[in-house]
Design a protein around this ligand. Structure first.
Ligand code: BYC
Length: 311
């Protein structure tokens, strides 16, 4: 296929809302854009296991521990679907991990904040998974087939995660004064970072132009952030938590909340490696990756053995 035919067949599919599949012709920039986004998404799922793992041995009941363990395992599974989706674009898992370790691939800024109390586990489930669902429901309609299909399964699991987080917060708000204060403190610390998960304002988002043209993004960073704020404010009110934003105000005309300005300087600092836990997160990932080397080698040796028996 010459390059003009390639562009025409790709654009025809995009215009017709057909999914682009791994063997379809696609512009090189589309392929690289997706590798960047999907690998970052996969890294976020896997690095995101760390702040929650911090509370596994200190969960307040066996029930809470079982639920948290299941949630963290789900996140690992999400990472695996997403690495597999990115591999269909011609990049290896080893290369993606190398880029993460060398600081060439990003992961969500949110996982560079520490989990100081049990209420942080509630706040992550409710706010972080809540924000992730809003973003990922829109990605179910993304143009690349394997990415869109991964999103369907991930969203089902994320909605359970969001509810378990909300349940933790709701229970703490029914508890003692100290428990209510702990829940509010977690809310105060996680609210603003959660809003930055949607990325910079649309006017400062360099990738949005191509992402919309190729139907990778179906809703803008600001649209999704607004959607998240509108639904979360109501949920906070129901359980008696206060949103830490003095400028938050219902705007009748736009049928949504106006909010205070986000600290974009902090966002830039955190995504560029200087958040509270960036170094710790990457060091821990490198250590676990190295410690797991024998498992990967054993799996490969087993695979070779099965192949030699079958041949
Ligand atoms: N954090 O042009 P823009 C989970 C970067 S995990 C870090 O708007 P784009 C969970 C961006 O990469 C779910 N970096 O970019 C797991 C770009 O830099 P580069 C995580 C960010 O791609 C465990 C630059 O800023 N979800 O739920 O059009 C436990 C300019 O941005 C961030 C996803 O990964 C950020 N927040 O839009 C619990 C969603 N935002 O690459 C929960 C998938 C922006 O040029 N990703 N940057 O160096 C997306 O939907 C899009 O990539 C984004 C950004 C909306 C995040």
């Amino acid at each position: 296929m010459n390059s003009t035919d390639l562009v025409t067949s790709f654009e025809r599919k995009i215009d017709a809302e057909d999914k682009i599949e791994p063997r379809d012709a696609m512009p090189e920039k589309y392929r690289l854009h997706l590798i960047r986004q999907i690998s970052q998404h996969a890294h976020s799922e896997v690095i995101g296991m760390q702040p929650e793992g911090n509370w596994l041995s200190r969960a307040p009941s066996l029930r809470a521990k079982q639920i948290l363990l299941a949630k963290i395992q789900d996140e690992g599974g999400h990472g695996l679907y997403l690495y597999s989706a990115a591999e269909t674009l011609g990049i290896s898992r080893d290369e993606m991990i190398r880029q993460l370790h060398e600081g060439k691939a990003r992961y969500s800024n949110i996982f560079n904040y520490p989990t100081l109390t049990w209420a942080d586990i509630g706040a992550i489930g409710w706010l972080v998974d809540g924000a992730a669902i809003v973003n990922q429901v829109a990605l179910q309609r993304t143009s690349y087939g394997p990415y869109a299909r991964a999103m369907f399964r991930i969203c089902k699991e994320e909605s359970f995660h969001q509810r378990q987080g909300y349940e933790i917060m709701a229970n703490m708000m029914k508890g003692t004064v100290a428990q209510r204060e702990m829940a509010q403190d977690a809310m105060n610390r996680w609210w603003w970072p959660s809003l930055t998960m949607f990325g910079p304002h649309d006017s400062d988002s360099p990738h949005s132009g191509d992402a919309f043209r190729w139907k990778i993004k179906r809703k803008s960073n600001d649209e999704l952030r607004q959607k998240f704020i509108d639904k979360t404010v109501q949920q906070a009110e129901v359980i008696g938590l206060t949103i830490p934003d003095a400028q938050l105000k219902w705007n009748e005309e736009k049928q949504g909340y106006d909010h205070g300005e986000i600290n974009w300087e902090e966002f830039k600092r955190v995504i560029n490696g200087d958040g509270p836990c960036n170094r710790q997160r990457i060091e821990h990932h490198k250590k676990c990756h190295e410690e797991g080397r024998w498992v990967r080698e054993a799996a490969e040796a087993y695979q070779r053995k099965i192949q030699s028996i079958n041949n």
